[in-house]
Design a protein around this ligand. Structure first.
Ligand code: PBG
Ligand code: ZN
Length: 329
């Protein structure tokens, strides 16, 4: 008893924290550059290219600039990109989305020709292509018409696949779209084109900077009739289960940081690869705080990416991918 009080605790967890080598030896999780996906915004109208105020360090690129950027990312060991298109023409039925010469289709072809090993994922939605800014076609009441929207998504997905996309990533949250896209891809013999579904996508305030970047804020109403209600987690499991059953190769949870419990629950329940989208608002928040001198950006980025990894994500779509790869190259 006396010994104990003189020497203090027998078990000292600080022993393994005493140097970087000791910490590295027992580190439980690792963020890997090859599991990060860099989002890229591509404009059809060259005059719309340039920096995005709400996303410091991220720009809207022309098609040739996107190809140059893809080459640079590849040199930094980034393995995958997620493309977001900003078309010159918008209408109520998103017809520029399935245009074979559309901005995303052209970018896919050019990146695959220039940097064939880089994995090209194409975000698939209608909100950048509709003049009303909703993710689908509207019915007479002004709500998004699920089944007509799925038809447009299928049609567009086939043009992305024909252009050479490796992965199609539907982000619209319509019911049944994964199964419909998988059927159509298989029918057209695009057997190797994978589907990464935004399976549990919440109606989140954290998409604010993206909507400014992509000019796709809904002109009326909001997305709550199709995106998920933030307090729900069991419903997320149903969404994920359905997407897996319909043929999704990878399922994504979005946003990441306010939904780490959802990532964890999905990890424990499903054996498919799980992705997380570290969204625009999560990126912008850190930059805003750092630019005020309130936090150390690289350390905060490392901590955020570690937390998403620790929660159970296999891959992370993040605007920090390039920056992280540069620092860890
Ligand atoms: C399009 C789409 C959005 C995001 C990815 N795909 C916006 C939205 O649903 O409003 C968000 C990305 C981000 O905030 O970084 N449906
Ligand atoms: Zn959308």
């Amino acid at each position: 008893m006396i010994r104990q009080s003189v020497r203090g605790p027998k078990i000292r967890l600080r022993r393994l924290r005493a140097s970087e080598a000791r910490r590295a030896l027992v580190r439980e999780h690792h963020v890997m550059v090859e599991r990060l996906v860099q989002p890229i915004f591509i404009v059809e109208d060259e005059r719309a290219a340039g920096p995005i105020a709400s996303l410091p360090g991220i720009s809207r690129l022309t098609v040739p600039q996107a190809v140059t950027y893809a080459r640079r990312l590849q040199q930094m060991k980034i393995r995958a990109v997620m493309l977001f298109g900003l078309p010159a023409h918008k209408d109520p039925i998103a017809s520029s989305n399935y245009e074979p010469q559309g901005v995303v289709q052209r970018t896919i072809r050019e990146i695959k020709a220039a940097v064939p090993e880089l994995l090209v994922c194409a975000d698939l939605c209608n909100c950048e292509y509709t003049d009303h800014g909703h993710c689908g076609l509207l019915d007479a009441r002004g709500d998004v018409d699920n089944d007509r929207t799925v038809e447009v998504l299928v049609r567009t997905a086939l043009t992305y696949a024909a252009s050479g996309a490796d992965v199609i990533a539907p982000s619209d949250m319509m019911d049944g779209r994964v199964g419909a896209i998988r059927d159509a891809l298989d029918e057209e013999n695009f057997l190797q084109v994978a589907i990464l579904s935004y399976a549990a996508k919440y109606a989140s305030a954290f998409y604010g900077p993206f909507r400014e970047a992509a000019g796709c804020a809904p002109q009326f109403g909001d997305r709550r009739t199709y995106q998920m209600d933030p307090p729900n987690v069991r419903e997320a499991m149903r969404e994920i289960e359905l997407d897996i059953r319909e043929g999704a190769d990878v399922v994504m949870i979005k946003p990441a940081l306010s939904y780490l419990d959802v990532i964890r629950a999905a990890r424990e329940r499903f054996d498919v690869p799980i992705a997380a989208f570290n969204v625009s608002g999560e990126y912008a928040m850190l930059h805003a705080a750092a630019s005020n001198g309130w936090l150390d950006l690289p350390r905060a980025v490392d901590e955020v990416l570690a937390s998403i990894t620790r929660a159970g994500a296999d891959l992370i779509v993040t605007y920090f991918a390039q920056e992280y790869a540069e620092r860890n190259g």
